[in-house]
Write a protein that binds this ligand. Structure first.
Ligand code: ZN
Length: 322
């Protein structure tokens, strides 16, 4: 489905089959010489068909089109190899590219999850169904790294690259100062809450995320165009709600640890998750992967502020209140 948002600015909503995210917004800006596509979709045939149909509707010549990928997740990056031509520039945050060059180190993540209490067979099964495993790009494209403050000009739009680590280590938003439009990627979403997980290259990704929310909150914004679902003009209210969401979950983690020392896997069922399954045992195992990662991010935050500390026993990492 293609929607015109402003003159020369369009959104192609690409369905993500059997995924709780439902769809991804791929934004297209038309320019006289070059066009820009912001985020693609998962590397799977249904997504490719929908995206290319939208691009055809808009009359986009891919030879004259560049790409901006807000972050490395497969639902944003997956089709970059199919969309980019030899003449395309493909922009992505420099931290993200550093992470991609040596990783994703799935073996490291697997061991890390097992150390944090995830049963070995469950975590292996969960990893095998991870979108990053299944739907990442198959063709590698030469990437152009961007840094905070870099400008990308396309048509009548002047986009400033805003470094917003948290959701991923090198996540970027794009900001058009003239029209006060923020392309927020998965930094700010309105209908769902962005997943904040631990990353091997970052010590405290929740702290990164909260600081990145404050950074964006300070910008004058009239329209936020997020990576998923609906747009909004109320970014400050949403940022406050997201911060409260994480404060509540930090409290829940503390409440769990008041009952005794626990691994992150054991803390996870104490956290309120906004998914349709009420009991932790009923969670699909792919969702358990995201839930334990998110729990770890909260425990690391509490550890850095001195509320909890960790210790190792029988090869497992336990958290205890200070
Ligand atoms: Zn996403």
């Amino acid at each position: 489905m293609v929607q015109e948002i402003r003159s020369d600015l369009f959104c192609i909503e690409v369905p993500l089959p059997k995924n709780p995210l439902k769809s991804i917004n791929s934004y297209v800006i038309k320019g006289r010489e070059r066009n820009l596509i912001i985020d693609t979709a998962m590397n799977r045939p249904e997504c490719k068909d929908a995206l290319f149909l939208g691009l055809k509707d808009l009359g986009i010549d891919l030879e004259k089109t560049d790409l901006f990928i807000t972050h490395l997740h497969a639902d944003h990056f997956g089709l970059s190899g199919d969309v980019a031509t030899d003449k395309s520039k493909c922009y992505m945050g420099s931290e993200e590219l550093k992470f991609l060059s040596g990783t994703p180190d799935w073996e490291y993540m697997l061991n890390m999850f097992v150390e944090n209490g995830f049963p070995d067979n469950v975590v292996r099964e969960s990893m095998s169904r991870h979108p990053g495993m299944l739907y990442s790009p198959t063709r590698k494209v030469e990437m152009t790294p961007v840094s905070d403050g870099d400008m990308i000009r396309v048509g009548n739009y002047e986009l400033r690259c805003i470094y917003t680590p948290g959701h991923t280590p090198g996540h970027f938003c794009l900001y058009d100062e003239k029209d006060q439009i923020l392309f927020s990627g998965d930094h700010i979403l309105f209908d769902i809450t962005p997943n904040i997980t631990n990353w091997m290259t970052r010590e405290d990704s929740l702290r990164d995320y909260l600081a990145s929310l404050d950074k964006v909150s300070a910008l004058p914004v009239k329209l936020v165009l997020p990576g998923h679902r609906t747009s909004s003009s109320h970014h400050v209210d949403r940022i406050e709600a997201l911060k409260q969401h994480h404060r509540d979950r930090l409290e829940e983690a503390i409440t769990a640890l008041q009952e005794g020392d626990m691994t992150a896997y054991e803390v996870a069922p104490y956290i309120t998750w906004k998914i349709e399954f009420k009991k932790w045992d009923d969670f699909p195992i792919t969702q358990k992967w995201f839930a334990v990662g998110e729990t770890l991010a909260h425990l690391h935050y509490l550890e850095h502020e001195g509320t909890v500390k960790q210790y190792k026993k029988d090869g497992l990492v336990y958290y205890t209140l200070n």
